[in-house]
Ligand binder design. Structure first.
Ligand code: ZN
Length: 287
């Protein structure tokens, strides 16, 4: 990795755009720079008439370790030109206003913007897919996982009811969502498959080829037919309450951030990447 290497790589393979998160040193932890680079990549794929399908994947050992809560390039206090909505710049705003403006843009807003990209998007997941990483996989139309993939949303440990794009009950069912969130523990790819959260589990060595060949077969279908089909299924999901549910949980999420900031030192209940890792090791054992 050099300082000039992009945090998101964009390539094409025939009619398929390959969007690769590229902070392998940090498990592709998502800072705002990466968020806007992802948005740029998806925008580019949407605009290019030659691109018919998109694959989202991660460089290095993991898909995504989640939102950046501890790398040297954490950039929560940096302004970026907003793309997802019309919220004003969060920098310098007091209390809950700053968090609400920022997360409305870079988390819930961006995820919704990407979910509505009218071309098929496949998540190619290997290694860690944790917390904010789930949001990135869930906005894709479906998920192909390697046999080494694992999933967790441990933010209840911060007193927070799940990540900002609260799709849990819709992608895994309400009872599984509660257990998944209450424990915050990892589930492996096979369990995610049995819950219906991922579509396929393939050997790690076959993941890239399997996902690309699936994307290429999809890419041969009529463009408008794919766009209408995507819209049809997304609408059905929203009629099952996902969009309205997410809006209401976003309020609970921000109540939790505000509570943490009111009673403690910060909105994450004093947790960072290291303390979350240590707490998980204490409770689950292992590495
Ligand atoms: Zn948040």
């Amino acid at each position: 990795m050099t300082a000039t290497e992009p945090v998101v790589r964009y390539e094409t393979a025939g009619a398929v755009a390959l969007v690769t998160m590229n902070r392998p040193r940090y498990g592709n932890a998502q800072n705002s720079a990466m968020t806007y680079a992802l948005d740029e990549a998806f925008y580019r794929a949407a605009e290019d008439d030659e691109v018919r399908a998109i694959v989202l994947r991660g460089a290095g050992k993991h898909f995504s370790a989640g939102h950046d809560i501890g790398t040297p390039d954490r950039d929560t206090d940096t302004s970026f030109p907003r793309r997802a909505g019309l919220w004003w710049d969060h920098v310098g705003k007091p209390g809950a206003e700053s968090r609400l403006a920022r997360e409305s843009e870079v988390y819930l807003g961006m995820c919704r913007r990407w979910r509505e990209l009218p071309k098929p998007v496949i998540a190619q997941v290997h290694g860690a897919c944790i917390a904010g990483g789930l949001m990135l996989a869930w906005v894709c139309d479906f998920i192909v996982a390697a046999d080494d993939a694992f999933f967790a949303d441990p933010v209840v440990r911060m007193g927070i009811p799940g990540v900002e794009y609260f799709a849990h009950p819709w992608v895994m069912g309400p009872r599984r969502a509660k257990e998944f969130l209450y424990l915050g523990e990892r589930i492996d790819a096979q369990r995610a498959l049995s819950w219906g959260m991922v579509n396929h589990v393939v050997p790690r060595a076959d993941l890239e080829e399997y996902t690309l060949s699936t994307a290429q077969r999809i890419a041969a279908m009529p463009r408008l037919g794919l766009a209408l089909t995507k819209k049809a299924v997304n609408q059905a999901e929203d009629l099952m309450g996902q969009a309205a549910g997410m809006d209401s949980v976003f309020g609970l999420h921000h109540l939790a951030h505000a509570h943490n900031a009111e009673v403690g030192a910060d909105s994450l209940a004093g947790q960072d990447a290291r303390s979350m890792r240590d707490a998980r090791r204490d409770s689950e054992g292992g590495s």
